[in-house]
Ligand binder design. Structure first.
Ligand code: FES
Ligand code: MG
Length: 576
C-alpha cells in the first residue's frame, strides 16, 4: 500500500501486503462498510469503551464514542471501537476492585493483539480509570484518556445534596432521624444525570489524575457528563490522538516520574481519594517508574488543599467546573513552583503551557496557594508495628482531636462479624475505643473492599458521636470520611500484625509523628504471630483464585504480581 515518506505504523503489518492473511484482514474489516483507502497507512485508533448498563456512571460513553469517532475521521485516522470489561463501582459484588486487574488484562491484550496504532480510553467509574491506564501502560501506544465527567450536582429540597450527605442520611436512618419517604426522595435527587459521583470521590480524583498526568486534555476532570462541552472534548481527543500517532507520542513520554510527582501533589491540592495511592502505584509499576508509598509523604508533604469540595469541603464537581476546574489549580501550583510545569502532555505542550490562562471564577470553591482552603492535607503514610509496610490516613477527613489518640481495641474479625455485632446494645465500646476490622485486604476479602469507614455503633450515634478511630486493611470510598486508617500492610490474611490484635489491646495513633502502634511488647507480638494460623482458602477456582494466589499488597498497588511492568506493543507476526 502506498504511504511514501511516512513512518510505517504497526497496523500496516495487518493491513498492508498481498498475503492471504492481509487479504482476509482487510476483507473482514471492509464488511463493516470501510472503504479501501482506510488501509493506506493512516493511523488506526482504538476507542476503548467501558460503556455498560452495569456501570451507570459510564453509560453515556456510547454517545461520547461517536464524537471521538468523528474527531478521528476528521483528522484522517481510522476509528476502531471495542468494549472491555467494565467494573462498575456500585453494583459489582463483592467489590469492583476485584475486577480492576481483570479489566487491565483485557485492555492490555486487546491493544497488543489488534491492528491499533493508538487508543482513546473511555473511562470514568472508579476502577475503570486505573484499569485502563494500567493495561495501556503495559502496551505503551500513543494514548489519550477521556473521562466520563461528573453527574450534575445533586439537589434535595432546595439544598445541594452529595454522596457525603447520602452517607449521613443513612446514619440518620439507623439512628431513627429520617423516614423511608425522606430516603427515597433523596435517592432521586442525588443522581440526576449519568456520569461519575458528583463529589471529589475516587472517580473524579482519578479523572483529575488523568488530567495532571498529561494523559487527558485540560478540563478533562470537571466538565459534567451531560454538558455539551464534554462532547466537544471527545471530538478533540479523537482529532488529537491521530496526530499523536503521527508524532509517535507514546504513553511513556507522559507517564514519567515527574508526572507521578505532579499527580501526588495535585491529589493533595484537591483533597483527593485515598484510593489514588493504590491506583497510581499500580500504574507507575506497570510503566516501570519508581514510585514508593513513602513518596506520598516525601512528595506530597506541605502541599495545601485548595479545593473546597465534598467530602473534605462543601461544594460539588459542577461547582468546581464553573469555578474554572483543575486548570486553575494546576496553573497556581505551577506558578508557585510546586509542580513540574515542564512535564509533557497529550497536547504536545507542557502542563504549564496548557493551563497558563486558567482563571478562577469562584475563590470560595477554588482557593489559592496564597490563601489555601486547608494548610496541610493530602494523605499521611503511617508506620509502626501494626503496619510495617505502611498504612494510609486522610487527615483532612478526620476530626482533629482524633489525629493523636490512644484507645482500647474493639476487634471485628471480618465483615460478617462487624455487621452482626456493631449495633448490639451490649457491645463493649465507648467513643474513645479504636475499632479494628480484619480480613478485608486484597487477599483476605478478597479484593480489598471499601469497608474501611466502619459504621459508628448505633448506640454511640445516638449519643451524638460523629467520628472514631477506625483501623483496617480495607480501602474506603473516596466519598467517605473520618479518622479512618486504611490499607494496613501487610494485611491480616497474610499474617500481618493486624491479624493478632485482640479486644482490649491499646493502640496509639499519632498522625503528626506518622505512627501507628499496637502497645504490646515485641516479644508478645512475636509470640502471637508465631501462633497465628492462615485461614483456609475460600475460593478454589476461576479468576478469583488467580487473584488471591498472585495479588500483591496494598503498598505495592494490589496488582497481580505477573502483571507488573510492561512488554510493549510487539505482537507475533504469525496469525491464526
Ligand atoms: Fe461510579 Fe461513583 S459509583 S463513579
Ligand atoms: Mg468507590
Amino acid at each position: 500500500m502506498p504511504n511514501e515518506g511516512k513512518r510505517v505504523l504497526r497496523s500496516q503489518s495487518w493491513f498492508a501486503g498481498r498475503g492471504a492473511q492481509n487479504f482476509a484482514n482487510r476483507s473482514w474489516v471492509r464488511s463493516r462498510g470501510v472503504p479501501m483507502d482506510h488501509f493506506d497507512g493512516r493511523p488506526v485508533v482504538g476507542i476503548c469503551n467501558t460503556w455498560s448498563e452495569l456501570t451507570p456512571c459510564n453509560s453515556h460513553f456510547r454517545d461520547l464514542a461517536q464524537y471521538v469517532r468523528e474527531g478521528i475521521l476528521e483528522a484522517g485516522g481510522v476509528p476502531m471501537e471495542f468494549p472491555v470489561t467494565s467494573p462498575g463501582e456500585m453494583l459489582t459484588r463483592p467489590t469492583a476492585m476485584l475486577l480492576r486487574n481483570l479489566c487491565s488484562m483485557d485492555v492490555e491484550e486487546t491493544l497488543r493483539g489488534n491492528p491499533l496504532d493508538g487508543v482513546v480510553l473511555l473511562m470514568g467509574c472508579d476502577k475503570t480509570t486505573p484499569a485502563l491506564l494500567m493495561g495501556a501502560a503495559s502496551v505503551n501506544l500513543p494514548t489519550i484518556g477521556l473521562s466520563a465527567g461528573p453527574m450534575f450536582n445533586g439537589s434535595f429540597r432546595g439544598k445541594p445534596f452529595g454522596i457525603k450527605d447520602a452517607w449521613e442520611m443513612a446514619a440518620d436512618m439507623r439512628a431513627g432521624r429520617a423516614t423511608n419517604a425522606d430516603f427515597e426522595e433523596a435517592e432521586s435527587c442525588l443522581t440526576r444525570t449519568v456520569g461519575v459521583c458528583n463529589v471529589m470521590g475516587t472517580a473524579s480524583t482519578m479523572a483529575s489524575m488523568v488530567e495532571v498526568l498529561g494523559v487527558g486534555l485540560p478540563d478533562n476532570a470537571s466538565i459534567p457528563a451531560m454538558d455539551a462541552r464534554r462532547r466537544v472534548m471527545a471530538r478533540m481527543a479523537g482529532r488529537r490522538i491521530v496526530d499523536m500517532v503521527r508524532e509517535d507520542l507514546t504513553l511513556d513520554k507522559l507517564l514519567t516520574r515527574e508526572a507521578f510527582e505532579n499527580a501526588i501533589k495535585v491529589n493533595a491540592a484537591i483533597g483527593g481519594s485515598t484510593n489514588a495511592v493504590i491506583h497510581l502505584t499500580a500504574v507507575a509499576r506497570r510503566m516501570e517508574v519508581q514510585l514508593d508509598i513513602e513518596d506520598w509523604h516525601k512528595v506530597g508533604r506541605g502541599v495545601p488543599t485548595l479545593l473546597n469540595l465534598q467530602p473534605s469541603g462543601s461544594y460539588m464537581m459542577q461547582d468546581f467546573h464553573e469555578a474554572g476546574g483543575l486548570p486553575v489549580i494546576i496553573r497556581d501550583l505551577c506558578a508557585s513552583g510546586i509542580l513540574h510545569g515542564d512535564a509533557l502532555t497529550v497536547t504536545g505542550r507542557t502542563l504549564a503551557e496548557n493551563n497558563a490562562d486558567a482563571i478562577c471564577r469562584n475563590p470560595e470553591v477554588i482557593h489559592s496557594v496564597a490563601k489555601p482552603f486547608m494548610a496541610d492535607s493530602g494523605v499521611a503514610i503511617l508506620r509502626g508495628n501494626l503496619c510495617p509496610d505502611g498504612a494510609v490516613i486522610k487527615p483532612s477527613a478526620a476530626e482533629g482531636r482524633l489525629l493523636k489518640h490512644t484507645g482500647r481495641a474493639v476487634v471485628f474479625e471480618n465483615q460478617e462479624d462487624l455487621m452482626r455485632r456493631v449495633d448490639d446494645p451490649d457491645l463493649d465500646i465507648d467513643p474513645d475505643s479504636v475499632m479494628v476490622l480484619k480480613n478485608c485486604g486484597p487477599k483476605g476479602f478478597p479484593g480489598m473492599p471499601e469497608l474501611g469507614m466502619l459504621p459508628i455503633p448505633a448506640k454511640l450515634l445516638k449519643q451524638g458521636v460523629t467520628d472514631m478511630v477506625r483501623i483496617s486493611d480495607a480501602r474506603m470510598s473516596g466519598t467517605s470520611f473520618g479518622a479512618v486508617v486504611l490499607h494496613v500492610s501487610p494485611e491480616a490474611a497474610v499474617g500481618g500484625a493486624l491479624a493478632v490484635v485482640r479486644d482490649g489491646d491499646l493502640i496509639e495513633l499519632d498522625v503528626a509523628a506518622r505512627r501507628l502502634e499496637l502497645l504490646i511488647s515485641e516479644q508478645e507480638l512475636q509470640e502471637r504471630l508465631a501462633a497465628w494460623q492462615a485461614p483456609d482458602p475460600v475460593v478454589t477456582r476461576g479468576y478469583v483464585k488467580l487473584y488471591v494466589d498472585t495479588v500483591n499488597q496494598a503498598h505495592e498497588g494490589c496488582d497481580l504480581q505477573f502483571l507488573v511492568g510492561k512488554s510493549g506493543s510487539d505482537a507475533p507476526a504469525a496469525q491464526h
